[in-house]
Design a protein around this ligand. Structure first.
Ligand code: SAH
Length: 363
């Protein structure tokens, strides 16, 4: 039995079944704190690990946003959940083409995992600006605009699940089966949700309460300080029903209740909840667009050609990486992943993303 499972069982025996969000939080805290989950030897691979082009294009996109924000002389580059630090490293290297942007920046990483903080430190060592780490967005600088990127971050935050059952919403929880032996899912009465019921029984509603809270906190800052947030993740605009909680171990799907704390638990991101939270604080919403369309608008194909010309021996790998980032086939990210941005209200347009006037995401 994993240490996390021991703890979960103890909590259930003492306090009864726990909500899916608390279960996810206990599993994910242990999971990220104890390993580097990325890459072939880990559990999953992300876009910045597939190709340097991903981070490079985002770096140039941010430089353009900084320019549109009036080229502030002091600004913070912020990444939420930077993994190995690859995206930030590729982005800042590419953004050296805009020296005034790089000169204005200091680097802030919001990361809870000590293992990954160490990887990020190693990755960014050669950049020349020592990053500042934060446990949460609360301690980010308060005196300058924030240019925030979050790739596959919001999908790693716990969600609440509700199930339409017998004419009411019930909360999905994790408890012990009748023999008290195995972990199992169950439904429990819930009065904390006032949303209309869907026509079909059994429908699952997922609420990214923690993600929305974090977005609200960021938005309160950005409305005062200026800046943008770029969020890329697999998810949907909504409204949508469905159980998207999934567990990945060694690149294969496993049950979310097997080996708690040892598998990557994720849920599709309900972007509209994040957009609503930001909009309520006064931010402008942009998107959604598919990752494929976004990267192509930013010039992915030109960048791929340049890299291929510089390293003809790598042409096939570059072409495969490009296809994985923008393709729409199985295992490709172009359509599955979505891009949303938020800006302080005086930046009504951002490059590569349609503005979203009614704050209802257009997907
Ligand atoms: N953005 C990276 C890594 C994605 S994995 C990439 O694209 O490769 C998710 C990242 O979020 C990890 O770095 C993990 O440690 C971090 N993370 C997960 N939950 C977090 C939380 N609550 N606060 C801060 N970081 C968190």
């Amino acid at each position: 039995m994993t240490p996390t499972e021991r703890r979960i069982r103890d909590e259930i025996v003492l306090g009864g079944p726990m909500g899916v969000e608390h279960y996810m939080a206990l599993c994910l805290n242990h999971y990220y704190a104890s390993r580097d989950p990325l890459g072939a030897a880990g559990d999953f691979t992300t876009a910045p690990e597939i190709s340097q082009m991903f981070g490079e294009l985002i770096g140039l996109w941010m430089a353009e946003c900084w320019h549109m924000a009036g080229s502030p002389a002091s600004a913070a580059w912020v990444e939420l959940g930077p993994g190995r630090g690859t995206l930030t490293m590729d982005a800042l290297r590419a953004a050296k083409r805009v020296p005034a942007f790089i000169d204005a920046l200091d680097v802030h990483l919001v990361e809870t995992s000590p293992v990954l903080r160490e990887k990020q430190r190693e990755m960014l060592q050669s950049f020349g600006k020592a990053p500042v780490w934060h446990d949460s967005v609360v301690s980010l600088p308060e005196d300058r605009p924030l240019f925030v990127v979050a790739n596959e971050f919001f999908d790693a935050l716990p969600i609440q699940q509700y199930v339409a059952d017998g004419g009411q919403w019930r909360r999905r929880c994790v408890g012990l089966d009748e023999e008290g032996e195995a972990l199992c899912f169950g439904l429990f009465p819930s009065e904390d949700i006032v949303l209309p019921l869907p026509p079909q029984g059994g429908a699952v509603l997922e609420i990214p309460a923690q993600g929305a809270d974090l977005m609200r906190q960021l938005a309160r800052r950005l409305v005062k300080q200026g800046g943008v947030v770029l969020a890329i993740d697999y998810g949907y605009g909504g409204p949508a029903y469905g159980d998207s909680l999934q567990a990945l171990r060694h690149h294969k799907f496993v049950s979310a209740l097997d080996n708690p704390g040892e598998a990557d638990l994720t849920a599709h991101v309900g972007f509209q909840y994040l957009a609503d939270a930001a909009h309520q604080e006064g931010m402008a919403v942009h998107g959604l667009v598919s990752q494929g369309a976004f990267l192509q608008r930013l010039g992915l194909d030109i960048r791929a050609e340049t890299l291929m010309r510089a390293a003809p021996g790598e042409a096939e790998n570059i072409s495969l990486a490009r296809a994985r980032l923008v393709g729409t086939g199985p295992g490709e990210m172009g359509e599955l992943f979505k891009v949303m941005a938020l800006s302080c209200p005086y930046m009504p347009e951002l490059p590569g993303l349609p503005p979203c006037p009614a704050h209802r995401l257009n997907r």
